[in-house]
Every structure is written in C-alpha cells, then in structure tokens.
Design a protein around this ligand. Sequence first.
Ligand SMILES: [Zn+2]
Ligand SMILES: [Zn+2]
Length: 389
Amino acid sequence: MSFHGLLPARPKPCENEHFLSWLTRVARANQCDPTQFTQVVLSGLDVWGGCVNGSSSLHPETILSQLTNIDAELISNLYTANYARRHFIELNQLFASHYLLPANCAGRLFTCNWIQFCPSCLREQKIAHFKNLWRISFMPVCLIHKCTLHACCPKCYKPVNFHRVSYSTEDCAECYNCRFPLSSAENHTVTDDKHLLYVCNLISAGIESRWVRLSQNSSVLMPLFIAGIWTLLKPFFRHKTAPRVREYFGLQLSHQGNNIKNFCHFTPTERCQLLSSIGILLRHWPETFLSTCSALELNKIAFNINEKDVPFWVDKILRYKVKRQPYWTSDAEFKSAAMFLKRRGYKVSYPNIAETLGLARSCQHNKCRTKIIKSINENYHSTKKFHWK
Ligand SMILES: [Zn+2]
Ligand SMILES: [Zn+2]
C-alpha cells in the first residue's frame, strides 16, 4: 500500500465520533485491517492505546490530515480529551479522573470495558460509528432511546474492539470475538426511572451547553456539576456510611469495596442505580438532599468536604445547612465528659466519653483528647463501663 498523497477512500468523521472509530472506518474504507493500516500509515505509532483520549506527541492528526484532506483541527476535535474540553472538563482534575471509562489496551486490544454503546443508535446511524459520549462513565444511558448503554458484548462479555473486526464485514459494529452484531443487543429501557433520566438530562445539558440548571435560579458550570456529583457519591462508598446509604436507596452493587474509584468500573446498570439515587438528591435542590442527610444521619464528614474539589454549590449547603451531628463536640466538652466519668468512678476512655456526650460510643479522636485521657488516667484507674440508662 502506498501512503504518499491521498488515500483512495476518505470517509468524513461523524459528529462527535470517537477518533479511533473514525480511524477504523478510514482503514476499512480502504480495504485494510485497521491495526495494519496504522502500522504502515502511522509508522506503528500506538494510536489504539495511545490516542484513546487524546493526541500523542507525534500528532497522528497531522499525518491523517495529509492523507485524507480533512482539516487536522477537525480530526483533533475527535479526541475525547478535546471533546470533554469543549464542555470545560479537564481530565487531569481529581473528580474528572473517573469521568471517562478506564481504557487499558495491551497489544492493540482493549482489555476492559472502555466504551459503551446503544444498540438502537448503532442500528439507526447512517454509518455505524462509536461516539465520544459513550466514553463517559457518568452517562450510562442513551437519552434518545431511553435505555441503558451496553459496555461489552452481551453474548461473550468481551470489551468493544471495533478495530479488530474483520474489514470484510459490512461495518465494525459487531463483537470482534464472537461476531455478535452489537446493534441487535437487547434494549433495557429506563423510561420508568425518572430520577435517573433527570440527572442524565442535566449531564447532557452540561455537555451541550456547558451549564447545568440546578433549580429555577441557580445554574452551575458543567465541571462544577460533575465535581458536585462526585462529592454526593462519597457516602455511597465510605466504609462507615456505605451500607446504610446503599440500603436506603435499595442499591445492589457487585463490588462491595468502599472505594469511590470503583465507580467507573461498575457496569452501566450499577452506575444507573447510583446516578438514579443522585437524581433523587438533586431534585428540588437542596431540600430533598437535606431531608435525606437528616434521615440517614449523614454529616459533612461523610462527604469529605476537605478535599479540594468540592464545588461551592455543594460545599455551602454541606457547611451551613447539613445538620451538625454531635460529632462536633468541642475538646472542652470532651474534657468535661472525661471529668464527669472520673468523678463517678467510670473508666475514662473514648467510648465512655462518646456515650456521655450522647454519641454512639465513638467520637472524633485527636491529639488533644488523647492527652486529656492520658493525664486523667495517670493517677486514676477504673474499668467500669458507662451507659445511659
Ligand atoms: Zn440510542
Ligand atoms: Zn461477543
């Protein structure tokens, strides 16, 4: 194959198409296996793993522009990083590091579920292609067809590897492993889940217009909205709060881990469950959120508001509106409780002090408090447990 001058077939990118999807179509239109095509045309540049989000330093878009006569800028617009940048998401921010699905690529093969798809969209597209929108972990739903997206082949559960589908087939929308036509995967409708649709519509509005309207008189910029969702998700993953929060919302998640970083590893159905709960919290912001916090006894600690990526619209509510739990007893109160226990002959310990303060036998530990306990216990000893009767 000669790669001087223009390629014989030069398919145009579709709107918001993923770079690798377009590249696959270019190779296939020229009767080439996509991975061999890039081997020759891009001198073996590892675009499959390397350009899954953005351009590599070797700028394949420049070479591809010369070969296709398509503007290099138009090609670089296909990179997911540039797509996200258009709605102001910079992928290196803490909250945004899980905005996209993880993409591990080994030997030009994606080994994890890195892109989702809507079977109906694939079926209805004039030219089957994969969209940047389907990389977004916060968007497990197709709003056109109101159904859950698929993240892998429904038959053999292998990740999408459209570039590994034989170029002799009609299009690349089939499973590279078992040849299942992805467009005939089953549609799982979400029409009934109004909370999920509510939050997905907000995200979609943010992608389209960069602004998200939270309530009649408050709108936030898209990255701040996503950072807010990230904050609101924290109690679903914190060791201490996850069991009761998940139970309250009736979530059934396969990963029991309490690490929020698991979010992008969950299946679309599980992410739908989590986002549906977020949808409930966002309704009539902040009233429903505040009543839920109070019902679940969630205080601001559950949202880790000391992290730097908590946006103002959530932070101000958490700081000033979320009911302060007795968790905020001061060190002075702590000392009085310790003295109270000593005078009555009880053991001076954290659990006893917590109970004295009306907490469930646990309270915040700090150096000052440990010192108070230590100094009392220097010339005092008791093992008597304290309980309010
Ligand atoms: Zn669709
Ligand atoms: Zn398959």
